[in-house]
Design a protein around this ligand. Sequence first.
Ligand code: MN
Ligand code: MN
Length: 440
Amino acid sequence: MKKKSVWEQLSEEETRKTSMIAEDYRKFLSENKTERLCLKTFEKAAKGKKAFFYSEKNKIGGIARIKGDPRDGALWIAAHIDAPRLDLKPNPFYEEVGLAMLKTHYYGGIKKYQWTAIPLSLKGVILTESGKTIDVDIGDNPKDPVFTIADLLPHLSRKVQNDKKITEAIEGEKLTLLAGNIPLPREKEDAVKKHILRILKAQYGIIEEDLISAEIEVVPAGESRYVGFDKSLIGGYGHDDRICSYTSFRAILDAKIKKTAAVLFMDKEEIGSVGNTGAQSTFITDFIIKLLENAGIKPTYTNIRKVFMNSQAISADVGAGTNPNYQEVQDKYNAALIGYGLVITKYTGSGGKGGANDANAEFLWKIRKIFNKNKVIWQAAELGKVDEGGGGTVAKYLSNQGIDTIDIGIPILGMHSPFEIASIADIYEGYKGYKAFLSS
Ligand code: MN
Ligand code: MN
């Protein structure tokens, strides 16, 4: 059971492939910082390959390759394409002390202090009253301005920040972006804010009220980058969970399928898989109905249940790699190492496995056999020490439908931070492992 680095086991050919996939992924991660953008990119690529693609509300979707009768069971991979971030509030604009500001409300489990004093971009959509959808994308083009949350100088932060707990030092209401400083001439009140609104009117044709019918996400600006002298790691925003979405998407296109296979891209995982675009919605059932219709089978309740009951799934979501600075939060005998391959997590949850998906031994046996046969490098791990914390994925919302489901993902460092880190060797093993499963 001794673990060995992926790098010590790759052939020359595979090392080359690792770099190629890593570079493709690095670009994908840089260019697809919202769920809408990810889905659009996957849909375009799927249509190019003439694969089945079905989506709802521009935020949740999936690709499938149909072979045989889906009622005999299908192989699924479910990943999520939302990521922790800040969202603009419905009434974001205000002005104080000569600065126009934008209010935000954070989305998902962020550590608030990590989002101050870094360049940020705005991405999303605004619907005008006439029904026009305006795409917003400011901050990633080097010619664009960026936005930022100004932090307090250390000289004055003793009482307001330094003496507080780290979770309370930066308040949610203080996550506000700098948006401008030039006042509109001859205006008495909110002259800077009015100037910004004038710019928005000129550039996008929008008025302040249009920001009500909008979804604008505040995300870290700039491209993903290689990390380390050997360029063995990629740092960027949104590895969780676009790293598993991307690798499973490539895997289904390349898999040598023997039966129906599908990869699902979920929204709202970071806030509990809720709403009509989360894994708890009827989306998976709707997807199966479309699959059956596509295969010429009536989507009766019995037929839909047959697909669920005979299917098997991987919940492809990131794992926690061991951070050299904080080894004390993990049981080193059951912890994932960066660069040591795909992480198999039998159960998630916290405390006494509360809120877990707990995969059964028989399914683990099947996975282990597939991976070993295909020389996929894997490690078995838990998220952290017992009672240290915990978390969950979309796994339980597949397994409660009757699908055998297991969590298998790529380990990362700095999860939920604006600059998450992953190993390019693990990215390759992710692709390889997901492809092996979908080809089984
Ligand atoms: Mn995740
Ligand atoms: Mn997450």
